[in-house]
Write a protein that binds this ligand. Structure first.
Ligand SMILES: [Zn+2]
Length: 295
């Protein structure tokens, strides 16, 4: 087995751009500190809307070439974050963006929402057994906001962690490995409210301002177990988000999606430890993902 860096982080996301919005600062920080940061993206985001008018021809209902374009956007974002290991689950294009819940695209044969969870998880087992991450980050069981691909990414990540540790499962995919810590992306309500207050006070010029309920993964503060202050990597995160130019417009410390509603960019990122031992004292938050992990 090749020598692995001491600290190894695996992120499982549904679409290109989710990683930069949710974890861009965290990824840049740990990559800069020498950790192995591995991103697995489950779909190409083929069903996304497109913001720049000159690229609208790429959308699924027109030329259906958005997936290939978003591969390039993701690669550019990873360069901004200093992340060199990014992969698509089962290879680029193996699973297609399922569209919003209830959309006819949910029923497409290769839609990620239709994937057999064990079959999709096997692709990730191979990654887990080779990277041997101490930390896995994905979404909560509701997929943060109910997008079918986010829910499925959660299911596949959790199932893969289970199967990777199972000695009898597919030894052709590597030696068994149990992931010590699994986190869900979260945002504490107080941080979201503070972010929107900052946005309103800034006088930034947006067609509208989003609402707390528009931010995925918002929970009561007490649910958040872990925060990663990566404010030093704010510029890298903003640059990575900007690289997803079909999806995101960045304006200073704020951004908009295709709905044009302003939202704050968080440079302290938040998590809920869903599996494993907290490295913090009882009742306190962890201030890093590797707290308490032996390297
Ligand atoms: Zn997404």
């Amino acid at each position: 087995m090749k020598d692995l860096p001491a600290r190894r982080l695996l992120l499982v996301h549904a679409h290109p751009d989710d990683e930069s919005i949710n974890n861009g600062a965290t990824m840049a920080k740990y990559a800069a500190e020498g950790a192995q940061v591995t991103l697995v993206t489950c779909t190409l985001g083929e069903e996304g809307e497109v913001i720049p008018p000159e690229l609208v021809h790429l959308t699924a209902d027109k030329e259906d070439r958005l997936g290939a374009h978003r591969i390039e956007e993701l690669a550019a974002a990873m360069r901004e974050l200093g992340v060199t290991d990014h992969r698509f689950l089962g290879g680029a294009g193996r699973y297609r963006d399922s569209g919003m819940m209830g959309a006819p695209q949910n029923h497409r044969e290769n839609a990620f929402w239709n994937a057999d969870v064990d079959e999709a998880a096997a692709h990730l087992v191979e990654v887990i057994r080779s990277v041997r991450p101490q930390v896995v980050i994905t979404y909560d069981p509701q997929g943060s906001y109910g997008h079918p691909d986010h829910i499925q990414a959660h299911r596949v990540a959790l199932r893969a962690a289970e199967l990777a540790a199972e000695p009898a499962f597919r030894r052709d995919l590597g030696d068994p490995y149990a992931v010590p810590k699994i986190y869900w992306n979260r945002v504490p309500r107080s941080a979201v409210e503070e972010g929107f207050a900052r946005l309103r006070a800034s006088g930034a010029d947006f067609p509208g301002i989003a609402d707390v309920s528009d931010v995925p993964g918002v929970v009561d503060d007490v649910t958040v177990t872990t925060e990663v202050d990566a404010t030093a990597y704010a510029a890298a995160k903003a640059a990575a988000m900007r690289a997803h130019a079909t999806q995101i417009v960045v304006k200073g410390p704020f951004f908009t999606l295709s709905n044009q509603l302003g939202q704050p960019i968080f440079t302290t990122e938040y998590y809920e430890l869903a599996h494993g031992e907290s490295g913090a004292a009882a009742g306190e938050r962890e201030h890093g993902l590797f707290a308490g992990v032996a390297s």
